[in-house]
Ligand binder design. Structure first.
Ligand code: C2O
Length: 471
């Protein structure tokens, strides 16, 4: 590939401006280097920023300048969004390469944001610019941040759920919770859970372009959403308890992905380049605990993920099971293996999961379904209850219309159901209902009647056991 540089060359080239190369560059470069803050920069919570904050005004300037560039220019708004996804028939370098439904999800988006942030600095001439994050889990930030709703701003796009754009709409509690994902110790399980909630739920809640691969990167809020997802990666690791990146997976460590630097040259990055954001990528998050430093060369066996999953019993073959605008349910009879379940719940190394396989829709469904296990009949579903285990929410993976430049893969969801099943066992319920409740955004703080743009089919369900190596 022409113009290809590795990330190391790229960083060295930047460093060279400050040292030997300085005479060959214009004085503007020197000014920029001298003006740049000492790294790392701090990525701030958008909730603490006003519309006139330089972080916001520089972002607007950069968007305007990026939109003025032709789509063939890697620094253009269109090109950057197309790296995530595009419906264009002919692909340019790095287009349609976003990674979903695999363990590259967190790392690929970290690389993407890192390069984008550098481009915004260049295009705004604000050398200290750092991407802010949208902390929607905070009860005061469930609405789209106000500066993104100002119709005269570059941060606005009419292509969103109208209620989110006019400020009457807000994300539901269940759409923004990450505690179920955080409870998983296994990287794969946590990544998968968080990729669903809050990741896919927030994409769907904002709606419009944000709900599909090709449109997402065109909405300025996309970058703040992923900045938060990236922050959650750090926070998940910081909980300790054996949590680790999948360092034993060679592919995860070394597979290179292509992006573009602020000079328009190609940059290639791999998992090993993005393990320690503060050191390697020079940014931290406002208010985060000390970052967990992991290293590729020093494989510490105790940090290596060791999990296996086994089927507790035959799958529950579902007759065609479809999620639509009304709640839907099926029952699991746990009588034959209640003693076994009790043992798993007691064990500290085993976790009882409900796994849904072959989850798919024709198009983006537009809403999510809350999942309840063992909910007693007549009880109103509430995501604060022990019976709430997570959501079914699709973004890209599992959506057939998204298989434009990639192979179709159905989605899979796993939920920790120990507390919910224990509650059912304690009240002697041996036929456990699994209930799916459609949940859209809130309108004026109240649940709305969600519109289902495309129903979701579930191919099968099973109770499985996830076993962690004893630590
Ligand atoms: Cu690759 Cu949230 O998107």
């Amino acid at each position: 590939m022409r113009n290809a540089v590795t990330r190391r060359d790229f960083l060295m080239a930047v460093g060279a401006v400050a040292s030997a190369g300085i005479l060959r560059h214009s004085i503007v470069d020197l000014d920029r280097v001298l003006a740049a803050p000492l790294p790392p920069v701090v990525r701030r919570d958008i909730g603490g920023l006003s519309a006139t904050d330089p972080i916001i005004t520089s972002y607007r300037t950069a968007i305007a300048n990026m939109k003025a560039l032709p789509a063939t220019n890697p620094l253009s708004w269109t090109y950057q969004a197309a790296i995530h996804g595009t419906t264009a028939a002919s692909l340019q370098t790095a287009w349609a390469t976003c990674q979903h439904g695999s363990n590259f999800f967190w790392s690929w988006h970290r690389m993407y944001l890192y390069c984008f942030e550098r481009i915004v600095r260049e295009m705004s001439k604000d050398a200290s610019w750092a991407l802010p994050y949208w902390n929607y889990t905070s009860p005061t930030q469930r609405q789209l941040p106000s500066m993104f709703r100002d119709t005269s701003s570059e941060l606005y796009t009419s292509n969103r759920n109208p209620a989110m754009n006019n400020g009457t709409g807000s994300l539901s509690n269940s759409a923004v919770q990450y505690s179920t994902g955080f409870a998983f110790q296994s990287f794969t399980s946590a990544r998968s859970s968080l990729e669903g909630t809050p990741h896919a739920t927030v994409h769907g809640g904002v709606g419009g372009g944000m709900s599909n691969f090709a449109g997402a990167g065109l909405d300025p809020i996309f970058w703040l959403h992923h900045c938060n997802i990236d922050r959650l990666w750090n926070l998940w690791l910081a909980q300790g308890g054996g949590r680790s990146n999948p360092l034993n997976d060679t592919n995860w460590r070394t597979q290179q992905f292509t992006f573009f630097g602020e000079n328009g040259n190609q940059v290639r990055m791999a998992g090993c380049d993005v393990l320690r954001a503060a050191q390697q990528l020079k940014y931290t998050y406002e208010g985060e605990p000390a970052q967990v430093n992991q290293y590729c060369l020093e494989l510490r066996p105790e940090l290596v993920e060791a999990i296996r999953r086994f089927l507790l019993r035959v799958r529950f073959p579902l007759p065609p099971f479809v999620l639509g605008p009304q709640p839907a349910s099926f029952a699991i009879n746990i009588r034959p293996f209640r003693a076994q379940i009790a043992g798993i719940i007691e064990s500290r190394t085993q976790t009882l999961l409900l796994q849904l396989d072959g989850v798919e829709s024709d198009r983006q469904p537009g809403i999510a379904w809350e999942v309840y296990v063992g909910l007693p009949t007549g009880v109103v579903p509430n995501s604060d209850s022990v019976h709430y285990v997570g959501n079914v929410a699709l973004f890209g993976t599992g959506v057939r219309s998204e298989a434009i430049h990639r192979q179709f893969t159905p989605a899979q969801f796993s939920y920790d159901v120990e507390r919910a099943i224990l509650a059912a066992l304690r009240s002697n319920r041996l036929s456990v209902q699994v209930v799916f409740v459609p949940r859209g955004i809130l309108i004026n703080g109240r649940p709305s009647q969600p519109r289902v743009a495309s129903p979701v089919r579930i191919g099968g369900a099973s109770l499985v056991v996830e076993e962690q190596r004893r630590r």
